[in-house]
Design a protein around this ligand. Sequence first.
Ligand code: ADP
Ligand code: 3PG
Ligand code: MG
Length: 393
Amino acid sequence: MPLKRGVQEASVKGRRVLVRVDFNVPQDAKGQVADDHRIVEALPTLRHLQTSGARMILMSHLGRPNGVRDMRFSLRPVVHRLSGYLGVPVPLAEDCVGIHALEASARLKNGEFLMLENLRFHPGEEANDPAFAGQLAQLGEVFVEEAFGSVHRAHASTVGVARKLPAYAGFLVEKEIRELTPLIDGPIRPYVAILGGAKVADKLPLLQSFLGRADSLLIGGALAFPFLAAQGAQLGDSKVEPGLEEAVHEFLTLAQERGTRVLLPEDWLVEIPGQAEAEAAPANAVPHGAIARDIGPTTRDHFFAALLESKTVFWNGPLGLAEDPRFAAGTREVLAGLATIPGRHVGAGGDSARVAQDLGVADAFQYLSTGGGAALEFVQGAALPGLSVIPDA
Ligand code: ADP
Ligand code: 3PG
Ligand code: MG
């Protein structure tokens, strides 16, 4: 993938620069920022713009409020953390469009920041509504794409605005392209992908291009549910996304044709509501009332064995509900094992990066991407709308 025209080439002094960041960070039960990897990774671009005398207007989504103003998804806690890093106050415009945002952006002085409230409070964002994109574009004179985690979304703030203003890639986007491109262009084999997480319906269609490209796929977490369900497994009260049976069968047939081995869980650790201790269960026979929460010890061993010969590894998605210490062992043990194996290891995903840090296994990876779905699509060679719209370097 060619590099994109970078922010260092933009003439920004005294100009209003609209920066799309991906501050869709994990939050704790109180709504505080639980992991700030995505904020920290955007800082070099923000500091570059600040010292260049630009006037920064930052925009992001957080979660999936589905087009309504739902304050549980406010960017307030994010702005608090960001101000701390930048050492200057970052005011939050209560709405990302409209007269107040316009006035606040017009009042900015050189080197000052303004953050806009959650873009997804408006349905026009995800619909890439031209009128909404126009309202956003009015706020700035230059556009900088720094939200690598969102470049797989053709939304108003990633694609719409980039068509209306001179568009540049931020340092993080450039770094992600540089680090992830070797995985598209002939990874050293054997190439193994470890896949888990919870955005199952989103991710399943994104995995097809691994078939033939990767030698083995190790599938755990809730992502394994539709695979096992399609083979007739009883998964107790685990939440199995409906309607994926045909897609799974097609996927497994294609895997066989293209010679990619798919390893699924053989055992689980399950949660029985009201019971403090986790219990073990076979992967295809979760008792009624129990919920599969983590891969079990046999699966851990088999996943580790499959990694032993690997030369390149891509990981996205925890192998269980790793935020709960009872269900963290699967992810922790497999990644701790990976840390002992030489080779090029790349991890990806907002939640995955946090889990790797929290479990103390981030050193299994030479690179942790800020993108989840975006990185998944990128490493399979897909054209990402938020990148296609930025001119090449
Ligand atoms: P990422 O943000 O890294 O792309 P996802 O958003 O797809 O990953 O999924 C991450 C979440 O998946 C984690 O927070 C983890 O708790 C959850 N998860 C994985 N397996 C399970 C499971 N069996 N039950 C419940 N949650 C799970
Ligand atoms: C992510 O966390 O993967 C990105 O912020 C995109 O979020 P989305 O899947 O809700 O579009
Ligand atoms: Mg996530």
